[in-house]
Design a protein around this ligand. Sequence first.
Ligand code: TMP
Ligand code: ASP
Length: 245
Amino acid sequence: MPSIEDLEKKALRYTGKAKSLYDSTHPDYLIMEFRDDTSAFDGIKKEKIAHKGMVNNRFNAFIMEKLEAAGIKTQFVRLFSETESVVKHLEMIPVESVVRNIAAGHLCKRLGVEEGRPLDPPTHEFFLKNDEYHDPMINDSLIRTFNWATDAEIITMKAQSFQVNEVLKDLFSAAELLLVDFKLEFGRLNGEIVLGDEFSPDGCRIWDAKTLRKLDKDRFRKDLGGVLEAYEEVSFRLGVPLPSS
Ligand code: TMP
Ligand code: ASP
């Protein structure tokens, strides 16, 4: 069996909207590729944004290392190339876990709440990962009945989502950024729940704390322009090491 340092990339296993997963020469590890593809509204709006894959790869590595340091188990192992990382091979749970600190996006549409309203305490929602059905909101009862996760796994996913929020809220606030909301995905490894997928401006909302300028994928969703520049600015302010361009 090759060591983690000597892994090589093998066959493509899965292609998502913005990332691809490859097998590696070790069955316990996969290679996660962050592509420049950018997608919103369940794949209806699509575009390539040059260098976004590289920025998100570094951003994700930075955040996952912070979370590991705070005691949260993650799928991330190490950077593999400019746009790829080595990750642990998880059995993914088809559920998205969303935490919100400030009202935005679908919460405003669904409940008629004004964008920008602080949410105290922060909210938690589960969605089913299913583009065809537009990621419908689900609850603990549906997750149990359809066997997407056990009661214990539901409790752990929720608790870890709030824990991630506490760690990242502080990290972002130190950079004069507001972590408005974010989406996480979890998987199983040896019977344990592990944070999987990615954390990047593609899957969260980040506003400048003073001006409330949007610095995340809403710039793409709403055609505000300067998408890559916003991702780079957030990276710079958080201290994510990016190659100088
Ligand atoms: P929402 O306002 O569309 O419900 O999204 C809340 C946050 O979760 C936002 O930062 C975007 C993120 N999210 C995704 O990245 N992918 C998804 O499929 C969902 C449902 C949310
Ligand atoms: N539902 C999310 C969005 O609107 C993710 C996606 O569809 O790609 O961006």
